[in-house]
Ligand binder design. Structure first.
Ligand SMILES: [Ca+2]
Ligand SMILES: [Ca+2]
Length: 202
């Protein structure tokens, strides 16, 4: 039985690496790729992306589904004469918005002739009321959910009129709301986070 479990585990690992290898091979020129941290969506979920020039001009505002391994990929397009065309080589920025994460800005150097793979993007979760900030309001909700567990309680069921769910209070996605989540929230409030709005260059 142990041998069978081991064989299955090895088989599963093999499949995973194969998927990763295929993903590496299929990186397409003109696309930007990066992984984000976060909970695997419990239902089909999508992340909102807004691409901008460095002077703050909005290029595109769209949603995309996360791929295998929490990977985001997109082309950098601009609508010109009714057609979407790739922007020229240069520096751009993208704002990510996803569930209870704070908006995150990523700056990148784009070349439409190449595939661009960026470092993993760490999103900060904990904005349970989704107002773009980590405040007392978020903290008190997290504290009110202490002790809830994924396998019990109604993990994904709204518990109040603001449609917050216990899973929102689980900042490290381990299936329980405990003092670690409170700790992560407190640490996050001490950090400087991206402003959701893009500042124009002077
Ligand atoms: Ca908030
Ligand atoms: Ca947790």
């Amino acid at each position: 039985m142990i041998t069978l479990s081991l064989a299955l585990a090895l088989f599963a690992t093999g499949v995973d690496s194969e998927v990763q290898a295929n993903a590496q091979l299929s990186k397409l020129p003109g696309y930007v790729y990066f992984e984000v941290n976060g909970k695997p969506p419990f239902e089909p979920d999508s992340i909102r992306l807004r691409t901008h020039t460095m002077t703050g001009e909005l290029l595109e505002d769209f949603h995309t589904n996360l791929e295998e391994g929490n990977v985001v990929s997109f082309e950098v397009l601009r609508t010109t004469a009714g057609q979407d065309v790739r922007v020229p080589k240069g520096r751009y920025q993208v704002i990510l918005s996803w569930g209870t994460a704070l908006d995150k800005r990523v700056v990148f150097d784009y070349d439409p002739a190449k595939a661009l793979v960026l470092p993993k993007v760490e999103l900060q979760f904990g904005d349970v009321d989704r107002d773009g900030e980590l405040t007392k309001e978020d903290h008190s909700y997290i504290m009110s959910q202490m002790g809830r567990k994924k396998d019990f309680d109604s993990w994904y069921t709204a518990t109040d009129l603001k449609f917050r769910v216990p899973a929102d209070a689980d900042l490290n996605f381990d299936g329980v709301v405990d003092t670690w989540d409170n700790h992560l929230f407190m640490v996050a409030t001490q950090k400087k986070h991206d402003k959701p709005l893009i500042e124009k260059k002077k």
